[in-house]
Each structure stands twice: as structure tokens, then as C-alpha cells.
Write a protein that binds this ligand. Structure first.
Ligand code: PMP
Length: 441
């Protein structure tokens, strides 16, 4: 068990990839830069909750492709939907009936959305909600929260979390100051700071944008009253409220954060616009945004705010998304993911404690984050103030025992409908060994 896994082929592929693909990866979070560098694992096959890499090693997957793979890999119902979509032609450039079906499913689950538009990624969805909010309010500034990640469009890469913070790049190069000046960043869970910002920027603020439950500096719940206060303050200022639910929609229950039973007072926390992605495509590229009718009617062809997409609403992504949501409608799936997540999180906590390693776990339904620290994590500053080296050591000890986590202390562990009790037992045994090694160092 203490022997390191052989990942020679991954190392070779990484060398080769570096020659042709910038940084060897097609998204920076896939690199191992935040956990000490070196070759990431090149995966070759995935089924259910398991991966096989290019050297034939097997892993239990808690990455879930950074969120979308909530039913596990190659779920038969989703695979069938994708295959049959492919057989009928993957891209039409015309409307299709299936798009209406998925739009209705989203609206039924997230009632604040009167109208929906499909795009191709979470980045696009968020980017467009900002444009629409600006068009509707005829204002230009956006308030966001430190550490929340909203994709990689210019405006929201200011003090962004997730990938950029992991790599120690608070702002991306290539974003002109004139654009950064349109964004005001305040700490999450801090209504006073929000109020101050709104008082200062007043009539310039088009929207307040937030991950209503944070997934990008660990999983962080809004404090009681935070979202209510946010909505009230924004509206009193004539600003719109945008929820980025790219991670949270359909993650914790069949619905989104704005309807999550773990958050009370739903009427008082409804946003004007919502951005979606990840799970709603069942693993194929997708994004969507929606909101109040009169706001959404700003969008072309009805209104003056332009947004378009050659691939938007393509039949394969839509069919995959419908199939994924159908699986998630199965009785008891969220309860089972939560049951396994509780067992895993409690087991990790107890195991870390046995070895004297400080660990805080933020768990929400079937997802959680592991913070190597002794203080609660309720905002980005507290998430930064955790032991990144301890996380990196833990990550590598787990990887060596066939447990795949996201390679960043800010990312979550995701349970899927494919995880079984035996996976949890194996993961806990690996964690016990990982903590033992860390304590012995
Ligand atoms: N918003 C949130 C909350 C996200 O977590 C992400 C991606 N991790 C995005 C937006 C961007 O989505 P995509 O990577 O599909 O562009």
C-alpha cells in the first residue's frame, strides 16, 4: 500500500502534450501546479465512479469532471440518449423540439426563470447575464464576491477564485484596467461590505452577482440572512440579482440553491437572472441562462442585447441534459448521495483527528470540501488561510492509493449516483493511510 503507483505512461504523455498543448492541459485546473507540479494523470476510460489511467491504474473519482458527472461516467441512460442524438445528426442550426423539453424541465425546477436561453458553457451563461443586466438597467458596474469564480470572461476574472486563485493569479493578464474598474469585489457573507459598496457606487451598479452557495473556495453556505439581505439591498438600489448556479443547480437536490430546503425563506432569495451549466448537460458542453420575462426579453431577436451561438442548444447536449435530469428525478438518488457523503466526511474527520491533523469539512448534501485548518471557512480569506502543503500531501497520498480528487485545496469532492458503500470504505482506508503518512513526516 505504501508503494507509489507506476504512472510512467502518464509522464510520457505529459512530455508529449507539453510540446503541443499549452501547459500540457486544456484547462489550468487540470494541471498539478497547485499540488507541487509534475505530470497530471492521463485518464483513458471511465465508468460509474471509476477511472482507469493510461498505465492501467484504477481510481475512485471524486472530481466528477469538476461537477457535471453527477450520475457517474457513461451512465447507460445518458449514453443511449447521446448515441441516438448522434445517429440523428449532431447539429442542425434550426430549433428542435427537445430544446423546449429541457427548457421546461429547467423552468419547472427553478421557477424564477420565466424564459431560458441555451449557450455552450458556464462562462458564456454568466457573461450573458451580465450583458442582459446592463442592458436592462442601463448601468455598467457589477458587484461580485471575493473568491467566487464565474468563468473566464474579462469582467469576472477580477479577484476570482478557483483556478486563478489556485495559481496565485488574482487578476488575469490581458484584462484592461478599464474593464476591471467596472467590477467591485466584496467579501462573501458580509452584508455591511455590500451595503457600503452599493452606497458608494449607487446608480452605477447594474447587478450583484453571487454563487448563492459557494463551490469555488470550498463549499460555503451563505450565513442565515445573507442572501435575503443581498436581494433586499440590491433591489433597494435598483440593481438586479444574478445567481451563478453553474455548480449548484441540481447538485444538492432536484432544483437549485434558490429552492434548496437547506436554505429557508425562498421567496426572499429569488434572483432576477440565473446562470446554469455543468450538470444540466449530463457531461456534454452546455450552459443556460434565464430569468424574469421582461428582463430576458432584452435578448435578441426580441430586444437590443445580442447573444448567439452556432452550437447553442445542439441536439446532443440537449438530449444528454434531459437524460441526466431524468436520472436525477429517480426517487432517493439525492438522499443516497448525501448518506454516502456524510459517511465519508465523518470518516475523514475522525481519521484526521486520530492523527492530530487539523481538518475542517464543509459538507452540503452530497458535496463537501476539505480545509486543512482549525477555523471555520465562511469566506475566501478564511479559505486562503489554510494549509495548502498539507492539502497537496494529502492529495498525492490519496492519488497513489487510487483516489482521485481535484488538484486544488479550493475544489470540492463530489459524490455521484454511481458511488457505492465499498468505494467509501476504500476511500476511508486510503485516507487513514494518507493521514498516517502525513503525521509521520
Ligand atoms: N460559474 C461557476 C460557479 C463555476 O464553477 C464555473 C466553472 N467551474 C463557471 C461558472 C464556468 O463554467 P465553464 O467552465 O463551463 O465555462
Amino acid at each position: 500500500m505504501t508503494q507509489s503507483m507506476n504512472r510512467t505512461r502518464s509522464a510520457e504523455l505529459y512530455e508529449e502534450a507539453l510540446k503541443h498543448i499549452v501547459g500540457g492541459v486544456n484547462s489550468p485546473s487540470r494541471s498539478f501546479k497547485a499540488v507541487g507540479g509534475g505530470a497530471p494523470v492521463f485518464m483513458k476510460q471511465a465508468r460509474g465512479a471509476h477511472f482507469w489511467d493510461a498505465d492501467g491504474n484504477q481510481y475512485i473519482d471524486y472530481l466528477a469532471a469538476f461537477g457535471p458527472i453527477i450520475t457517474g461516467h457513461a451512465h447507460p441512460h445518458i449514453t443511449k440518449a447521446i448515441t441516438s442524438a448522434a445517429e440523428n445528426g449532431v447539429l442542425y442550426g434550426t430549433p428542435t423540439e427537445l430544446e423546449i423539453q429541457l427548457a421546461k424541465m429547467l423552468k419547472d425546477a427553478i421557477p424564477s426563470m420565466d424564459k431560458v436561453r441555451f449557450v455552450n458553457s458556464g462562462t458564456e451563461a454568466v457573461m450573458t447575464t451580465i450583458r442582459v443586466a446592463r442592458a436592462y438597467t442601463e448601468r455598467s458596474k457589477i458587484i461580485k464576491f471575493a473568491g467566487c469564480y464565474h468563468g473566464h470572461s474579462d469582467l469576472v476574472l477580477v479577484a476570482a477564485g478557483s483556478g486563478p486563485s489556485t495559481l496565485g493569479i488574482p487578476d488575469s493578464a490581458g484584462i484592461p484596467p478599464s474593464i476591471a474598474h467596472e467590477v467591485i469585489t466584496v467579501p462573501f457573507n458580509d452584508l455591511e461590505a455590500l451595503q457600503e459598496a452599493l452606497e458608494h457606487w449607487g446608480d452605477d451598479v447594474a447587478a450583484v452577482m453571487v454563487e448563492p452557495i459557494v463551490g469555488n473556495f470550498g463549499m460555503v453556505m451563505p450565513k442565515p440572512g445573507f442572501l435575503e439581505g443581498l436581494c433586499k439591498l440590491a433591489r433597494a438600489n435598483g440593481s438586479l440579482v444574478i445567481y451563478d448556479e453553474v455548480i449548484t443547480a441540481f447538485r444538492f437536490h432536484y432544483g437549485s440553491a434558490q429552492t434548496y430546503p437547506g436554505l429557508l425563506n425562498h421567496e426572499a432569495i429569488q434572483p432576477d437572472l440565473t446562470a446554469l451549466g455543468k450538470i444540466i448537460g449530463g457531461g456534454l458542453p452546455i450552459g443556460a441562462y434565464g430569468g424574469r420575462k421582461e428582463i430576458m426579453e432584452q435578448v435578441a431577436p426580441l430586444g437590443p442585447a445580442y447573444q448567439a451561438g452556432t452550437m447553442a442548444g445542439n441536439p446532443a447536449s440537449i438530449a444528454s441534459g434531459i437524460a441526466c435530469l431524468e436520472v436525477l428525478q429517480t426517487e432517493g438518488v439525492y438522499e443516497e448521495m448525501e448518506r454516502l457523503a456524510i459517511k465519508l466526511a465523518d470518516g475523514l474527520q475522525a481519521s484526521a483527528q486520530r492523527h492530530g491533523i487539523p481538518l475542517m469539512i464543509n459538507r452540503i448534501s452530497g458535496a463537501f470540501s476539505t480545509h486543512f485548518c482549525s477555523h471555520p471557512v465562511t469566506n475566501y480569506e478564511e479559505a486562503q488561510d489554510t494549509d495548502g502543503e498539507a492539502f497537496a500531501a494529502f492529495f498525492r497520498h490519496m492519488l497513489d492509493q487510487g483516489i482521485l480528487l481535484a488538484a486544488s485545496k479550493y475544489e470540492a469532492w463530489f459524490l455521484t449516483t454511481a458511488h457505492q458503500a465499498a468505494d467509501i470504505d476504500q476511500t476511508l482506508a486510503a485516507a487513514e493511510e494518507a493521514f498516517r503518512r502525513m503525521a509521520a513526516q
